[in-house]
Design a protein around this ligand. Structure first.
Ligand code: G1P
Length: 292
């Protein structure tokens, strides 16, 4: 059996929703408490059994490469000052796995970003993780999808129910039949117009794909928003082999937009013993101030 060993993390987006913070800093480096969002994604991949990661970067993304590299000067300073706990944190991000990088030279969409990594993937099934979604679950979200892949030997796309009013922001599925959390899919639709969505099951940033997807990405067809869409290629793949959707277990945090980012920060801060009590006190004061 072909195991899922490789993962692609597209990180070439311009991060316009977070300007001006992202003018000179990649959005993937914005921290949730004290860890850049992309590190949560890399950790999920590793905890799911991924051995090799390729990050698709673009202009101005050097900080990502530096983050996962050794930082000799900083490590030396921390060692001299006997700040061992901090040293461990710094080293943890560089000792993660083998991470490779490739550049997407022009922002032509998610489908194109994945296509840029085709030579890294070769002829095996692979994972894609998007950095705008952090998922906390007992079994890592990607691992849940890999388990489904191992049962079905088919592509598996992570989905989650969203509010009807939100479906136009996502790729969504038109489900055909359901077996517990797994769906057969009639159609995958990228960003349906409001009121036209076939369901409220939205694609959330986690995919297991068979390499045949590249037959369709190779065509570089333009889809919604004038971009080469991964969802369109998945629909084409679905026409020649089964592609399942899987409603994963766990809580998803949308760190790709401002309010979601702040909410995630607060939730993660509340899980951090060092700052939890101080934050709760502060929030209680704020609630009084706003008379909530
Ligand atoms: C991308 C995908 C979309 C998916 C979404 C999840 O859209 O194209 O199918 O639902 O990620 O976050 P984007 O958010 O990049 O516009």
């Amino acid at each position: 059996m072909n195991r899922v060993r490789k993962a692609i993390i597209p990180a070439a987006g311009l991060g316009t929703r977070f300007l001006p913070a992202t003018k000179a800093m990649p959005k993937e480096m914005l921290p949730i408490v004290d860890k850049p969002t992309i590190q949560y994604i890399v950790e999920e991949a590793i905890e799911s059994g991924i051995e090799d990661i390729i990050i698709v970067t673009g202009k101005g993304k050097r900080a990502i490469e530096d983050h996962f590299d050794h930082a000799f000067e900083l490590e030396q300073t921390l060692l001299e000052k006997e700040k061992f706990a901090l040293l461990e944190k710094v080293q943890a991000s560089s000792n993660l796995v083998d991470i490779h990088y490739i550049r997407q030279k022009e922002p032509r969409g998610l489908g194109h970003a994945v296509w840029c990594a085709r030579n890294f993937v070769g002829n095996e099934p692979f994972a894609v993780l998007l950095g705008d979604d952090i998922v906390q679950a007992e079994t890592p979200c990607l691992r849940q999808l890999i388990n489904e892949y191992e049962k079905t030997l088919s592509s598996v796309i992570g989905v989650m129910k969203v509010d009807d009013a939100e479906t136009h922001r996502y790729g969504v599925i038109d489900p055909l039949a359901q077996d517990e959390r797994r769906y057969q899919v009639r159609q995958f639709v990228e960003k349906p117009k409001p009121g036209t969505s076939p369901s409220n099951l939205a694609i959330i940033g986690r995919y297991i794909l068979t390499p045949e997807i590249f037959m369709f990405l190779d065509r570089q067809e333009i889809g919604a928003g004038g971009e080469i869409q991964l969802t369109d290629a998945i629909q084409k793949l679905n026409e020649i082999q089964r592609v399942f959707a899987y409603e994963f277990e766990g809580k998803r945090y949308d760190v790709g937009e401002k309010l979601g980012f702040i909410e995630t920060t607060i939730e993660f801060a509340l899980k951090n013993e060092e700052i939890k009590d101080g934050l709760l006190e502060y929030m209680a004061e704020k609630l009084k101030e706003y008379r909530l």
